[in-house]
Design a binder for this molecule. Structure first.
Ligand code: NAP
Length: 257
């Protein structure tokens, strides 16, 4: 796909997968809108993108706050008219059992990971539909297919993201606008810097953020609902959906201390 003259908006662009995606899209000449809460970090990413000679816009915005998303989208649409690719990537997890997490901690994951995505889609989809083109990429996780112990509320937010995307995909048929979910396994990023992960009994080593960023680029032009990274994990999802009574006890045992 030719990304020159395309406007790509990435939430959670200050770090990890979002930052790497910004770099990969910029390499291909896209205009990049960088969105997250930490303006200083976004400005550092924008500085890094200067070498690719692309237009960038830094937008400080907490996606869990619908008024902030409304304000941010107004600014972006006034500047560019519309966007071509929306990457809903902002997200986080708090590690802990349902008994140990507070209701506020459980809600906060849903507010950012799920409602943050909804607010962005609600504000940017109308302009995509008007011009009958565009693609929404929602960064979920394999946790959208497996309910895992001690990240139950995070899994719920990603299951919700996948279900919403599946429903919306049907609605978008023949509209010219596409939607694809990118679901990676564990990725080496600051995601695991949240203090709650100190209690995780296994080490979070796996994919690089760059590998996931490349899948996000692929998703921008994909007719598929979900791209699982790495693709070999698709078979595990298939096994779980086909033989849940066999697979779920194994999953539960391997993720529990
Ligand atoms: N790392 C993994 O193992 C893994 C696996 C599967 C899926 N994922 C998903 O990948 C996405 C990116 O995570 P990552 O691994 O790249 O982690 P990361 O390095 O911690 O990056 C998370 C990004 O989300 C932003 N963010 C968090 N809350 C936000 C909010 N309320 N409003 C706006 N931006 C917010 C952060 O920016 P600010 O702090 O500047 O706001 C940061 O840029 C997440 O949705 C995560 O669930 C990660």
């Amino acid at each position: 796909m030719d990304f020159k003259n395309k406007v790509v908006l990435i939430t959670g662009a200050s770090s990890g997968i979002g930052r790497e995606s910004a770099i990969e899209f910029a390499k291909l000449g896209a205009t990049i809108v960088l969105v997250s809460r930490r303006k200083g970090k976004l400005e550092q990413v924008a500085d890094e993108l200067k070498k690719f000679n692309v237009t960038t816009l830094v937008c400080q915005c907490d996606v869990s706050k619908k008024e902030e998303v409304k304000k941010m989208s107004k600014l972006v649409l006034e500047k560019f008219g519309s966007i071509d690719i929306l990457v809903n990537n902002a997200g986080f997890a708090i590690y802990g059992s349902v008994s140990d997490l507070s209701i506020d901690e459980i809600e906060s994951q849903m507010e950012t990971n799920y409602f943050g995505m909804i607010y962005c889609i609600k504000n940017f989809l109308p302009s995509m539909l008007d011009k009958k083109s565009g693609h929404i990429i929602n960064v979920a996780s394999v946790a959208a297919s497996f309910g895992l112990p001690r990240i139950a509320s995070y899994c719920a937010s990603k299951f919700a993201m996948l279900g919403f995307s599946e429903g919306l995909k049907h609605e978008l048929k023949n509209s010219g606008v596409g939607i694809t979910v990118v679901s990676p396994i564990m990725v080496k990023t600051n995601f695991f810097e949240h203090p709650s992960f100190e209690n995780m009994p296994f080490s979070p080593t796996s994919l690089s953020a760059k590998t996931v960023a490349k899948a996000i680029l692929k998703a921008a032009n994909s007719p598929r609902l979900e791209i699982i990274v790495p693709s070999v994990v698709r078979s595990a999802v298939w096994m779980k959906n086909t033989f849940p009574y066999f697979i779920n006890p194994i999953i539960g045992k391997s993720f529990k201390k």
